[in-house]
Write a protein of this length. Structure first.
Ligand code: PEP
Ligand code: MN
Length: 338
């Protein structure tokens, strides 16, 4: 952080500010120019309130030269992180194929879908048990029973499981779930992020409906600052003025996040489009722009799904999408051809 002092600032006032900055545990590098004096703060400035300094009467402007996110910042960790979920690796050239229904509905449904997506090349199973629905009258998920059914599907197929947690009080139920999903609506539920940061479970952090990339990274920072560094980011579409799709898939977020962070970035073509027919082209595009994986909704009977049927693929359609995605992957990374 750099503080530019106003022209003519008296030395005693300048020294008071320097003293205050030092008391915050930082060193100060002072550069006295002809017209301006600049104070450079050296050290970890994360807890310094920039606005507080900016409103001092001797301060002309304050500039941050370092990103507010540190632990997930690529500058301090140039190699891509690889997150392990059971035997599955995500990031650093390892591509994850997560598939499954929006909601777990029954043992028959989840086991059937798990078997079929595995046969098509999926490496992880998804399934919502706690569902964040816009309407309180819609199906809210099978909750704890849903998590138990996911475990049955894992036992049947060997696929690690990921499911969404909506509140801190539910976390103990996730003890035996391989990866915890923080959904778009909870991306800035800071208390939940902190609590998940205290666990040592891999986290799938989805981008909020109207959140910037910096906000997404700051949310990852919440989790990581609790000591849990196993975070995978997910671009799942944002709210814009698109009228024919549920959301707008911000694919540029993938290469941009790869510049900014070492964390893996996966794409959700289901929630970002809301339309089953659009999942295949967007999945292929996501693989082509360097995503570290895909999370796709698949249902054995989309017409009767209790949630998100319109965007859910039938198992046979998922098989086709997976083939195309693997083909794109092998063109892009011939050395790691699937
Ligand atoms: C989901 O994955 O089922 C879900 C609700 O996703 P999002 O939080 O991205 O809307
Ligand atoms: Mn869904």
């Amino acid at each position: 952080m750099i503080v530019v002092l106003k022209h003519g600032t008296p030395d005693d006032k300048r020294d008071q500010l320097i003293e205050w900055i030092r008391k915050q545990g930082l060193d100060v590098h002072m550069s006295v120019g002809k017209n301006q004096t600049i104070l450079g703060m050296v050290g970890d400035t994360r807890s310094i309130d920039k606005d507080l300094i900016a409103c001092l009467d001797i301060v002309d402007s304050v500039k941050t030269v370092t990103d507010p996110f540190k632990l997930c910042n690529r500058k301090f960790h140039p190699a891509p992180s690889v997150i392990n979920v059971g035997d599955v690796k995500i990031g650093g050239g390892n591509f994850v194929m997560i598939a499954g229904p929006c909601s777990v509905e029954s043992e028959e449904q989840i086991v059937q879908v798990a078997r079929s997506v595995k046969a098509s090349g999926a490496t992880m199973l998804r399934g919502g048990a706690f569902k964040p629905r816009t309407s309180p009258y819609d199906f809210q998920g099978l909750k704890a029973d849903g998590l138990e059914l996911l475990k049955i599907a894992r036992a049947e197929t060997g696929l690690p499981i990921v499911s969404e947690v909506m509140g801190i009080e539910e976390l103990p139920l996730f003890e035996d779930i391989d990866m915890i999903q923080i959904g778009a609506r909870n991306m800035q539920n800071f208390n939940l992020l902190r609590e998940v940061g205290r666990t040592r479970k891999p986290v799938l952090l989805k981008r909020g409906l109207s959140n910037t990339l910096k906000e997404l990274l700051m949310s990852a920072e919440y989790i990581m600052s609790g000591g849990n560094e196993q975070v995978v980011l997910c671009e799942r579409g944002i709210r814009t003025f698109s009228d024919y799709t549920r959301n707008t898939l911000d694919l540029a977020a993938v290469p941009m996040l790869h510049k900014l962070t070492h964390l893996p970035v996966i794409v959700d073509p289901s929630h970002s489009t809301g339309i089953a027919d659009l999942v295949s082209p967007m999945a292929v595009a996501a693989a082509a722009c360097g995503a570290d994986g895909l999370i796709i909704e698949v249902h054995n009977d989309p017409m009767h799904a209790l949630c998100d049927g319109a965007q859910s693929l039938k198992p046979e359609d998922y098989a086709e999408v997976a083939k195309k995605v693997f083909a794109v992957r092998s063109i892009m990374n011939p050395e790691v051809a699937e």
